[in-house]
Design a protein around this ligand. Structure first.
Ligand SMILES: C[S@@+](CC[C@H](N)C(=O)[O-])C[C@H]1O[C@@H](n2cnc3c(N)ncnc32)[C@H](O)[C@@H]1O
Length: 559
């Protein structure tokens, strides 16, 4: 098998997150091909090898899958990679995700555990309460577009006027904003040249309240009077109600939606959403589960898994706007939430007050540091970390409490599997697992695990003899097993700097590496000053340094 070679084959299954597995009989090997549906016959080209395994790029779907029993519901399918599975019935999507969880978790979990079927989202479509649309064009010098990136492209943007993941109010707002800027021929921001005005349209809409926050993100490179746009938006015949229109200024090089300055054009800079009878104030950038109705299923499962918490102190680590903690607070003795984004912590405190909960405390900071500083000890812990899971230095601190029960929520099952290995080594046992399909039509799913740590009821003494005889334990076998558990070597900033200097002959600052990693959505933990850097003004690396750093990240298989 060589790079550039073209094959045809049937996608036997799709592994998490988007790995179509195709068997090539003549090579007696599987290759992975992205963006396919199980059962499709496809033509693909081998484009790289990772740890000796071939990876192919899908060129053409030759035959539909028998699982594709529906017509697409949106006009930009399949060019937009967002809702890959919309031609499969929802039942089949859920089955596929269940299989993916089993294939990742079963080899990792030790002993028997209860797997409860994946819980469906109460809404299959129009479920997202938040969407980030980008401005751009569909092809070079095409008309202004506003929507989602073309599959596999960081530049081409497809207009998502009939996106079926969001409420129709959001479709109307998108069309209004696009028509307005097209009429006035306003430029969009070009990443490579760092020129232009329009960047993103961030829309948030409470599913229960119908409250809508419109956030227009632009650079400061041009000045436009947005009064007319504001008036047009307020006149739209929406089912919900616009409560705020914000103009967010962002001149950073990275493509992350963020604010250097926020101007309120209309109303307020927050909206309310209700979950399980509680009310939550949400600001433009604070994390909130994107599928409100799905989040209720998720939180009810957390409530069930955590069990009896009367008179117990609950730690809600990675607490966002404090939703999980507040769902548990009415029955707990005390809830302590820890969250790194200060804006979210402020909202959490306000939310607890509004919900009449006086037994909640929310602390701003990195879990890794905060756990050293708080005196209280938890009886049970809920973990809901970001996609990459829990930092390997923070996890031992959490496990040291030795609480009886931990509920771990994860939106990336591969990170969850890695953390479960460490948790089991520390004496925890996986009792139960399920998932909530908060992301219908897409490759994602939210997993939930209950772990318990029981002290033994009694002890027996066992004498173990090491050696190579049948009745002895082989030291070689132990060494082999230990090798399996060795963590992957950590790729430090120093290694990246040395690689770049050797290959390109120039030095790169750690802040540049941090900026490139941030722009790629990677964690920045391995910089000793990572958390401080998150709060620093951005350092804008020159293009050649960005490319050199990305090259190093590829070399070390970080990306
Ligand atoms: C998946 S969200 C969960 C939020 C919340 N539990 C919920 O259900 O809405 C993960 C949260 O962890 C926060 N976070 C990321 N890294 C963190 C860290 N090192 N320490 C504390 N919080 C962190 C993020 O800002 C985000 O709000």
């Amino acid at each position: 098998m060589k790079k550039g070679q073209i094959y045809e084959g049937i996608i036997e299954r799709v592994d998490f997150p988007n790995k179509g597995m195709i068997y090539i009989p003549e090579e007696e090997k599987y290759v992975t091909v992205k963006n396919g549906i199980p059962g499709q016959k496809v033509r693909f080209m081998i484009n790289k090898f990772k740890r000796g395994n071939g990876e192919g790029r899908l060129l053409e779907v030759l035959e539909k899958s028998p699982l594709e029993t529906r017509e697409p519901v949106c006009s930009i399918f399949p060019a937009c990679g967002g809702c890959m599975y919309q031609t499969m019935s929802y039942e089949e999507q859920v089955k596929m995700k269940e299989g993916q969880i089993h294939r990742i978790m079963d080899p990792v979990v030790k002993g028997d555990y209860i797997f409860e079927s994946v819980k469906e989202s109460p809404k299959e479509f129009h479920y997202r309460n938040k969407m980030e649309f980008s401005f751009g064009d569909e092809y070079k010098d095409g008309p202004l577009s506003l929507g989602l990136h073309k599959k596999g492209s960081t530049y081409d943007v497809l207009t998502a006027a009939d996106c079926q993941l969001v409420h129709r109010d959001m479709n109307q707002i998108l069309s209004c904003v696009l028509a307005y800027f097209r009429e006035w021929n306003v430029s969009y921001y070009k990443k490579m040249q760092h020129t232009g005005y329009l960047r993103h349209l961030l829309l948030r809409r409470g599913d229960t309240t119908g409250e809508i926050l419109v956030n227009l993100v632009t650079t400061t490179q041009e000045e436009h009077d947005l009064t007319e746009l504001k008036e047009q938006l307020l006149e739209l015949p929406l089912e919900g109600k616009i409560v705020g229109i914000l103009h967010i200024l962002n001149d950073s090089l990275s493509d992350v939606v963020k604010s250097d300055e926020t101007r309120i054009l209309y109303g307020q800079d927050f909206f309310y959403e209700k979950l399980l009878g509680l009310q939550f104030k949400i600001t433009p950038f604070s994390f909130f589960q994107p599928n409100s109705r799905g989040a209720e299923v998720l939180y009810e499962t957390v409530r069930e898994y955590i069990g009896d918490i009367e008179n117990k102190t609950v730690f809600d680590l990675f607490s966002g706007t404090g939703t999980i903690g507040q769902v548990l607070a009415p029955v707990a003795k005390k809830v302590i939430g820890v969250e790194i984004i200060e804006e979210a912590v402020e909202a959490a405190k306000e939310n607890a007050l509004r919900n009449g909960l006086s037994n909640c405390k929310f602390i701003a900071g990195d879990v890794f540091k905060v756990l050293d500083e708080i005196e209280e000890k938890p009886d049970v812990i809920v973990l809901d970390p970001p996609r990459d899971g829990i930092h390997p230095k923070a996890l031992p601190k959490i496990l040291e409490y030795g609480v009886d029960r931990i509920v771990y929520i994860s939106c990336k099952m591969t990170s969850l599997a890695r953390d479960l290995e460490m948790m089991q080594m520390a004496g925890y046992r996986v009792e139960k697992m399920t998932a909530v399909d908060q992301f219908c039509e897409t490759v994602h799913v939210e997993s939930i695990v209950l772990l318990s740590h029981k002290s033994p009821d009694s002890k027996i003494n066992v004498k173990v003899e090491f050696g190579e005889d049948d009745d002895k334990i082989s030291l070689n076998a132990i060494a082999e097993r230990a090798k399996k558990y060795q963590p992957k070597p950590k790729i430090t900033y120093k290694m990246i700097q040395e690689y770049v200097e050797k290959k390109y002959g120039f030095k790169v600052h750690t802040a540049y590496i941090a900026e490139v990693k941030r722009s790629l959505g990677l964690t920045m933990y391995d910089a000793s000053n990572a958390v401080e850097e998150l709060n620093q003004p951005r350092k804008h690396p020159p293009k050649e340094k960005v490319e050199a750093i990305k090259d190093a990240l590829k070399y070390f298989e970080v990306i």
